[in-house]
Ligand binder design. Structure first.
Ligand code: AKB
Length: 322
């Protein structure tokens, strides 16, 4: 494989892993707009090798390192947005798969970047890195990290790997601790914050939703448009401006199931929510209800556009379209 240095680089050639998932569906479109669809290679285990709206779709199981390597080489990839992850609910049920899937491909990519085969990596961490010993509100960037879920433990290990490869080998890896993400283009899957996406589909279908968290469980959430903006801003920031090489806190907006249900009722007055907490309640209880993201605001200008009423309006507007 050619070493891609600044002298050989004409433009970014971007690989997205997990491109068919909730973040990847929106991010691939945003990256295509910014860098040109022909420079975007969007991979997923469920994809066929094809072209969609000018974007190259590739079939990739990220645990298959030889295919992963071939895709990096053949397409002269410079930047990888490595999104593949088992989320909190599924990780708790399948801990071995979570350990393998959430960490091995990240380490594989960090090694490729160390060997100068790729230039830059984006990797999503999560608010799941927080756990025992945190204050519930406004948790700071440097708070203690004692995650209480298998998922959170893999994310914390991933953050430490990112920091180590940056500090020891100058690898340009950048990361965000995503709160629950709300979007309409693709469903969420296997997470504890998924209720905040599911609730819209149920409200529109039959005005009834059974929530798997209690009505008073406040969690930090973010609209996908804000999450994509934050990702693009971080990835185009001057490397010297980035003071956090583990992963940046992202606060978003905090609300409870009851609060989002009340907002939805403004659009669907007959909407009814019931509560039947399951095993995900314990995971949610270990997470903060709000997060301080001052370092991201100061270092690379994080800005939030969508508050809860904006999120609800936009979700309903798009999901109601025939
Ligand atoms: C999950 O609920 O597992 C994810 C997350 C907060 O990382 N959405």
């Amino acid at each position: 494989m050619n070493t891609i240095g600044p002298e050989t680089k004409t433009t970014e050639r971007i690989l997205i892993t997990g491109g068919g998932g909730q973040i990847g569906t929106d991010l691939s479109e945003a990256l295509a707009k910014k860098y040109g669809a022909d420079n975007i290679f969007c991979s997923d285990v469920k994809f066929e090798n094809t072209i969609r709206d000018g974007i190259h779709e590739l079939q990739l199981n990220v645990l298959d390192e030889s295919n992963f390597e071939r895709i990096l080489e053949d397409n002269k990839i410079t930047t990888v947005y490595h999104l593949v992850s088992l989320l909190s609910g599924t990780s708790e049920k399948k801990p071995l798969l979570a350990k393998n899937l959430n960490l091995n491909p990240l380490l594989f990519l960090l090694e490729k970047a160390k060997a100068k085969k790729i230039e830059r990596i984006f990797w999503p961490s999560s608010i799941a890195v927080f756990g025992k010993g945190i204050p519930k509100h406004n948790v700071s960037q440097d708070s203690v990290l004692h995650p209480e879920s298998v998922y959170g433990i893999t994310k914390l290990a991933g953050e430490e790997l990112c920091r180590h490869y940056h500090d020891a080998y100058s690898v340009d890896v950048r990361s965000l601790r995503f709160p629950g993400l709300i979007s309409w283009k693709a469903p969420a899957g296997g997470g504890t914050t998924d209720y905040a996406v599911e609730i819209f589909h149920h409200a529109i279908k039959n005005q009834l939703y059974k929530c798997f968290l209690t009505e008073y469980t406040a969690l930090p959430m973010m609209y996908m448009d804000d999450a994509i903006e934050a990702t693009l801003a971080l990835m185009s920031a001057d490397p010297n401006a980035i003071s956090v090489r583990g992963s940046y806190n992202l606060g978003g907006v905090s609300f409870t199931p009851k609060e989002i249900a009340n907002e939805i009722k403004k659009h669907f007055p007959d909407f009814t929510i019931t509560y039947e907490p399951d095993f995900r309640q314990a995971i949610a209880d270990s997470w903060p209800s709000s997060i301080d993201d001052t370092p991201a605001q100061k270092d690379w200008g994080l800005k939030l556009k969508y508050q809860l009423p904006d999120i609800v309006n936009d979700m309903i507007l798009h999901l109601k379209k025939p």
